[in-house]
Design a protein around this ligand. Structure first.
Ligand code: FES
Length: 122
C-alpha cells in the first residue's frame, strides 16, 4: 500500500490517495482515475507534458528507479535530469527529482507529487 499526496496550484487542496502496489499503475493513471488533472498528451513517455516533481516520503526506503531510456531522454531534453541525478539513477538506482507521470510505476512507497498544471511544468 502506498499513500500518494498530489499537490498543485490548480487544485483547491492537496489530495491524498491510497494506492495498491503491484498493479502496474502509473502516477498519471491513478491521477486520472481520481480526477486529478496532470497535463498529458502522448501517455507514452515522449512529449514531456506530464512532468511532475516527486518527493519520496519514506526516507531511506526509496525504491528502485525504473527509469527507461525513453523517459531519461525526454527528461534530459527538457533540462530536468541533471548529470548528477542521471548518474545516481544509473549507478545507485536513486530516482531523480522529476519524473514523467505516465512512465512512473507506483510501488509501495509514500510519495508527494507536485505539478504546476501547465504542460511540462513541475
Ligand atoms: S504524457 Fe507525454 S510524456 Fe507523459
Amino acid at each position: 500500500m502506498a499513500t500518494i499526496y498530489f499537490s498543485s496550484p490548480i487544485m483547491s487542496k492537496n489530495l491524498k490517495l491510497e494506492a495498491i502496489a503491484g498493479q502496474r499503475k502509473t502516477l498519471l493513471g491513478i491521477a486520472k482515475e481520481n480526477g486529478i488533472k496532470i497535463p498529458h498528451e502522448c501517455e507514452d513517455g515522449q512529449c514531456g507534458s506530464c512532468l511532475v516533481k516527486v518527493v519520496h516520503l519514506d526516507g531511506e526506503r526509496i525504491k528502485g528507479v525504473a527509469l527507461t531510456d525513453k523517459e531519461r531522454n525526454v527528461l534530459k531534453s527538457i533540462g530536468k535530469l541533471p548529470p548528477n541525478e542521471d548518474k545516481r539513477a544509473n549507478v545507485h538506482d536513486i530516482p531523480p527529482t522529476y519524473r514523467l507521470a505516465c512512465q512512473t510505476i507506483i510501488t509501495d512507497e509514500d510519495l508527494l507529487v507536485e505539478f504546476t498544471g501547465e504542460p511540462g511544468g513541475a
